[in-house]
Ligand binder design. Sequence first.
Ligand code: PHB
Length: 398
Amino acid sequence: MPERQERGITRRSFAGLGVAAVAAGLARPAIAQGAAVKIGLMLPFSGTFAALGENIATAFEMHLAEKGGRFGGRAVQIVRLDDESEPSKAVQNVNRLLSRDRVEALVGTVHSGVAMALVQAARERGVPLIIPNAGNVAATRELCAPLIFRTSFSNWQPAFGMGKALAAQGVKKAAWVSWDYAAGKEAGEGFRDGLKAGGAELTRELWLPFPETNFQPILAQIPGLGVEAVGSFFAGGGAVQFVRDYAAAGFRDRIPLTGSGFLTEGTLQAQGAAADGVRTALHYGDGLDNPRNRSFRTAFRDKAGRDADVYAVQGYDAAQLLAIGLDATKGDIAAERELSRAMAGARIDSPRGPFTLSPSHNPVQNIYLREAKGGENRVIGVAAEALADPGTGCRMSS
Ligand code: PHB
């Protein structure tokens, strides 16, 4: 079992899951009055997902400011680190936050491959982790752990909703197009499962490497695929380009483009008319008519000077979840069992609507069907209600 020396005490795993607990018999260090708890925000601030990371961080900090800069009565200090959505640098970046900056909890990241290094650190070093975007299913399936939480989605969830909605509309055969990495693959599985649940079929899959944006070879194949719709996973800068290129290719009216809602999230201004009519499924929509969403969107616009999107919502909710945990422990981040219990049982008052966490700490949430129109993702229905990730392989005891 991994052990580590920190702040003069030995911490070791509990429940055999690689999560550290204060060793029995040793007193916890008193929380120095006024000493800030350091939280590492490891996110992409450059590259194709830069805008996503920026919105997550801005909304996280917005909630912290709403709470007077304190969670659980304890001052919070944020350390930002740009992970560039670069898996080859992920382990080093996590170590930088933990060893150089001495952060006591991690919030990150956007890219599923990079998130694996955070999950590994959380399991091996007993550091609380909140994932505010990356949907890699392993984090809340076989690698689930008492201190790992997600406020976003599993890659499977939105795409499952989209597949199900297409089948309900009478589509019988669809294709999947994406980047060839964890998020694209796992979303493809959700899409396939959703189609299948409605009696339809995924008949073709087309891939390109992340973060490639030369879509022409793929677009050239689409008219010959014999499908009635295309599902896709792209996000950020890549999604802007794909939606534009799909519209320019000229067969959008014959073979509708759909996908996980990231395809049109935070991208509509840049996509312009090319996105009009594109239907996607996601756990959020701009115009969701609840008071929490309205006040959140106003506050975010005032702070950031731009509109909120799903990434901002997820960052905001990551801060809300951590605040709930630290409220329960009166600011003691090392009170792991209590922190874990409070967060696992949280009901988050989210702009997406209230949500709870599954036993593997992934949101149970509505997946909305949206249609992009005039620069907005309008909610036109519910594709899957109170949808939980299958959570297969998660064995957690604490
Ligand atoms: C992921 O890599 O898990 C990912 C990235 C961007 C998104 C959604 C998921 O918008």
